[in-house]
Ligand binder design. Structure first.
Ligand code: ADP
Length: 355
């Protein structure tokens, strides 16, 4: 004890200035990233950070908590906590001004000392969880449909068409196309998951977009011929970006295939490569039927299709533009879609120019 005394004295703050170096409860509340409030033993708010004032749309300090947070379950938990009965977590929803979900953590600060209430916005987390569940349900449904068709054809071949070779051949052809559809879907799902996993890592290679566009034009020249459509490249000279060549080929090929699949009635699909300030832009323009305005913001959602039957009959999986969006994000770029009904659509990928 004798030895300790001088040491204790030397670390004890001296005078008011040194005292301010010790964090006060208000400092702690303001440093919290989530909305947080302290109430006294009567439920009057004594401290609140900016996030709490913003969320409750008024400064709650000096008033009873019930004046700004009208959630009976939270008020009940606060009553128990201020009475010294421990803490609780309460989930609740608000409807106005926009629907949101919260979790309130209510903790007792000690007998007669009130309670700390920390609020967490769960809206985004719940949205992601719902999207994940929807995605699994959609992917299973998309796979189950061709699988059910395959089983049906098999039963017919084993039963009604057992002795009919011509019918069997026809059914085998149909089975092949269903198996192809399943393969395309699995390829796209794997592609999407691989790209999503790497989305935060920016690709490091150097790619000439004009050369990528020329490659895609050559690869799709046969498809364009089959659709009776001209596929034209407009752009000269190298335009270099930081990127993964394979992924940028995948983007342009997806966009050009879509333009041919859905817009070949316009007889011309153009791939235009140009520089606009610090951006390298590649546009794929068709002169087909166009896309109604309300669909445009949703086109890059997984499995979103303007017309599901039409997409399926053209071998679509509904994942092409979702893959495109993730690749463009990974390249720190933007995808801009413009369209006019009866005139056609333009899909533009904008990437930062290298150097
Ligand atoms: P899909 O495999 O169905 O083609 P995508 O994700 O590539 O899936 O495209 C989503 C939907 O966007 C398509 O089903 C189609 O309805 C629409 N779409 C895409 N490109 C075009 C285009 N150039 N013209 C008209 N509609 C298009």
């Amino acid at each position: 004890m004798q030895l300790l005394r001088p040491i204790i004295r030397s670390i004890r703050p001296k005078g008011p200035n040194l005292n301010s170096a010790v964090p006060q409860p208000a400092d702690l509340i303001h440093a919290l990233p989530d909305p947080a409030l302290v109430v006294d033993a009567q439920g009057i708010v004594s401290l609140a950070n900016e996030q709490a004032a913003e969320m409750l749309e008024s400064d709650p300090v000096g008033r009873h908590l019930s004046a700004s947070l009208r959630v009976p379950a939270v008020l009940e938990a606060m009553k128990e906590a201020t009475a010294g009965e421990g803490g609780a977590s309460v989930d609740y929803d608000v409807r106005v001004p926009v629907p949101r979900s919260f979790r309130a953590h209510v903790s007792c600060l000690g007998p007669g000392k009130g309670a700390l209430i920390v609020l967490r916005d769960l809206t985004r987390e719940q949205q992601i969880e719902r999207m994940r569940a929807d995605f699994v349900a959609n992917a299973s449904h998309e796979l189950r449909t061709p699988l059910a068709a395959l089983s049906g054809f098999l039963e017919t071949i084993q039963g009604a068409a057992k002795a009919d070779q011509k019918a069997q051949e026809r059914f085998l052809g149909l089975m092949k196309s269903q198996a192809e559809r399943m393969r395309r879907l699995i390829d796209d799902l794997l592609s999407l998951s691989r790209i999503e996993m790497n989305e935060h890592v920016r690709p490091s290679g150097e790619v000439d977009l004009t050369q990528v566009a020329a490659h895609v034009r050559d690869v799709l020249s046969g498809m364009a011929r089959d659709f009776g459509c001209e596929l034209k490249l407009d752009g000269d000279g190298p335009l270099t970006v930081a990127g993964s060549r394979d992924e940028l080929v995948q983007v342009l090929q997806n966009l050009a295939e879509n333009a041919l699949k859905y817009g070949s009635s316009g007889k011309l699909v153009e791939i235009i490569v140009r520089r606009s300030g610090d951006w390298a832009e590649v546009s794929v323009r068709d002169h087909g039927p166009g896309i109604a305005e309300q669909h445009i913001p949703r086109l890059t959602e997984r499995f979103y299709r303007v017309n599901v039957q039409d997409s399926r009959s053209r071998g679509g999986t509904g994942l092409g533009l979702a893959i495109v969006k993730h690749i463009v994000n990974r390249h720190r770029g933007r995808l801009v879609i413009t369209s006019e009904l009866g005139k056609g659509s333009t899909f533009t990928m904008k990437l930062p120019v290298k150097g």
